[in-house]
Ligand binder design. Structure first.
Ligand code: GAP
Length: 465
C-alpha cells in the first residue's frame, strides 16, 4: 500500500491493539496528546535509537556521546535565545474558545499564502481578510494573534518563596553546546568532530496532533558537528546525503521522501541554512528530520553569557577560534510513526480454504522489527509446547523472540504479520522424528524445513548487522 493512502485510523487502531502505542493515562480518561509506547512500540523505538547510535557514534571515529540532565540552569535558555525567540503565534476562537496556531490555520485554509516569518499582526490581518474559520465551530471571530513561548516552565524549591523557575529542555542541543569545552578537554578531539545525544524534549505546542506526530514531549536524537567555518557548505551537503542514505537503508521508499529548503523568512533564529527531510504522510508532506547550519551562534552566545571560553585551538597553527556547527536532527518519536506508516501494508490473500481475506503486514526492516522470530507449537500437545519453549529459550539469547500457542496456526501467522515479525518457527508433529522445524517468511509467506541444529546458523545469515 502506498504510504500516503494508509488510513491513519487503521494504523492508530493497530498500534493500540498490538501494543505499539497506547493513549496516555487512559484509565483516567486520558490526557490530550499524551501517548505511551507499549511493549512493541518500545522495541521499535529502541531499535531505531540503537541503529542510529551504532551508525553515527560507534560506527565513526569522529563522534562521542553525551547524556545530559533535562533540567538546566535557566541562564542556558536565556543565552540560547529560546526564552525570547522560541515562540509561535496563537489565536483563540471567541465563540468556542478553541486555541489554534495562527500560521497553521492560514496554511490549511488559504493555499499558497506565505506565512513564514510574519509578525502576529500580519497573521491576524490575513485571518480577517481571508475569512479564515475556526475548524472547531466555523466562527470567524478570533482574538488578535499573540506570541506564545514553547518552553515548559517548572520550579525548583521545597517551600513557597524559595521557588526558582527552570525550563524543561525545548531541544537537547543546548547541553552539547554548554559541555563543548569539557568534551574537548576530556576526549582530546580535533575538528571536525561531533557530540551526539538522545533524549526527551518538551514543547508547549499550541496545536499538537496527528497521533504521535506532534506531541508535547517527544524523543529526539541529534548531534552537533563542530567544524571550521570554511567547511560548512560542503559538510552540510554531505550530512544531507547521509541522512537520506540512512532512510534508504531502513527501507523508506524514496518516492515518499523529499528535501525542502527553508526560505530565509522561515529560518530559526539560530540558523543560516536549514533543510528538512519530509515524508509523505496521510496528512500531507511533513518534516521527519532537519539539518541546520547553526554557525557559531550558540557557542558564541554561551561564551558571552557565561564568561567561559568556548574556543578550539588548532594544534598545528595555534590559531584559536570558536567552531561553527552543522546540526543533523532526527525526531525519534516521529521516526517511529513514519517507520510504522512506511511498514503498513494491506494485501488481498487467500486462506487455506480458498477464501479471500485481507492480510495486514508490517514490513519492517528486520533490524527494526520488535520480534525477530516467533516460535509456535502447531498444537497444544505437551511434547510440541515443550520443544517450542526450548527453542525459544535458545534463540532468544541472540534475537528477541515471541511465543504463541493460542488459536489456529493461520491466525497466529496473521498476528505476527501485524507486528512485523520477519520469521515464524513452527514445531509440528514431524519435529520429533526429523528434528526439524518449518520456518515461514513474513514477506513471501514461503515455508522451508530447517534442521534444528542448523537453525541458529540459518538466522545468523538472515540477521546480518
Ligand atoms: N535542535 C534542533 C531542533 O530541535 P527542530 O526542527 O525544532 O530542531 C527537531 O526539532 C526534530 O524534532 C524535528 O525534525 C521533528 O522530527 C521533531 N519534532 C519537533 N517538534 C516535535 C513535536 N512537537 N513532537 C514530535 N516531534 C517533534
Amino acid at each position: 500500500m502506498n504510504e500516503s493512502s494508509v488510513n491513519m485510523e487503521s494504523l492508530v487502531a493497530l498500534a493500540k491493539k498490538r501494543g505499539f502505542v497506547y493513549p496516555g493515562s487512559a484509565i483516567y480518561g486520558g490526557l490530550a496528546n499524551a501517548w505511551d509506547f507499549g511493549p512493541l512500540g518500545t522495541e521499535l523505538k529502541n531499535n531505531l535509537r540503537d541503529w542510529w547510535w551504532a551508525r553515527y557514534v560507534h560506527g565513526r571515529t569522529d563522534m562521542v556521546g553525551l547524556d545530559a540532565a533535562i533540567l538546566m540552569n535557566s541562564k542556558v535558555w536565556e543565552a540560547s535565545g529560546h526564552v525570547a525567540n522560541f515562540n509561535d503565534a496563537m489565536v483563540d476562537c471567541k465563540t468556542c474558545k478553541a486555541r489554534h496556531r495562527a500560521d497553521h490555520l492560514i496554511e490549511d485554509q488559504v493555499p499558497g499564502v506565505k506565512v513564514e516569518g510574519l509578525a502576529p499582526t500580519e497573521l491576524s490581518k490575513i485571518i480577517v481578510e481571508q475569512k479564515v474559520k475556526c475548524p472547531s465551530c466555523g466562527s470567524l471571530d478570533f482574538t488578535p494573534a499573540r506570541t506564545f513561548n514553547l518552553l515548559f516552565q517548572t520550579s525548583i524549591g521545597k517551600t513557597e518563596g524559595e521557588k526558582n523557575t527552570v525550563y524543561l529542555r525545548g531541544e537537547i542541543a543546548q547541553a552539547m553546546f554548554v559541555n563543548f569545552s569539557h568534551v574537548l578537554e576530556t576526549t582530546r578531539r580535533r575538528l571536525p568532530f561531533g557530540i551526539a545525544s538522545v533524549g526527551k524534549a518538551f514543547r508547549n505546542e499550541i496545536t499538537p496532533g496527528n497521533f504521535i506526530f506532534r506531541t508535547l514531549e517527544f524523543d529526539l536524537m541529534e548531534f552537533e558537528y563542530f567544524i571550521r567555518e570554511s567547511e560548512w557548505s560542503e559538510t552540510f551537503d554531505r550530512w544531507l546525503t547521509d541522512m537520506e542514505k540512512w532512510l534508504q537503508e531502513m527501507g523508506f521508499d524514496g518516492e515518499h521522501l523529499r528535501v525542502r529548503e527553508h526560505t530565509k523568512d522561515e529560518l530559526s533564529f539560530y540558523s543560516k541554512r536549514t533543510a528538512d527531510i519530509e515524508y509523505h504522510t496521510p496528512f500531507g508532506w511533513k518534516e521527519l528530520f532537519g539539518l541546520a547550519y547553526r554557525t557559531d551562534f550558540d557557542l558564541t552566545s554561551h561564551s558571552k553569557a557565561s564568561g567561559e571560553e568556548m574556543c578550539y585551538t588548532d594544534p598545528e597553527t595555534g590559531e584559536k577560534f570558536i567552531p561553527h556547527v552543522i546540526e543533523p536532527t532526527f525526531g525519534l518519536s516521529r521516526l517511529t510513526l513514519m517507520a510504522m506508516l512506511n511498514a503498513y501494508h494491506e494485501e488481498e490473500t487467500e486462506t487455506a480454504k480458498g477464501e479471500k481475506e485481507t492480510r495486514v503486514v508490517m514490513r519492517f526492516h528486520p533490524r527494526l522489527a520488535p520480534y525477530k522470530i516467533a516460535v509456535l507449537p502447531l498444537s497444544k500437545k505437551e511434547a510440541l509446547m515443550g520443544k517450542a519453549h526450548e527453542l525459544q529459550s535458545q534463540l532468544t539469547k541472540r534475537w528477541y523472540t515471541d511465543y504463541d500457542e493460542t488459536q489456529s496456526i493461520g491466525k497466529r501467522y496473521r498476528r505476527q504479520d501485524e507486528v512485523g515479525t520477519p520469521y515464524c518457527v513452527t514445531v509440528d508433529f514431524d519435529t520429533q522424528a526429523d528434528q526439524a522445524v518449518t520456518v515461514r517468511d513474513r514477506d513471501t509467506m514461503k515455508q522451508e524445513r530447517i534442521a534444528i541444529t542448523d537453525l541458529e546458523a540459518y538466522f545468523a545469515q538472515k540477521f546480518t548487522w
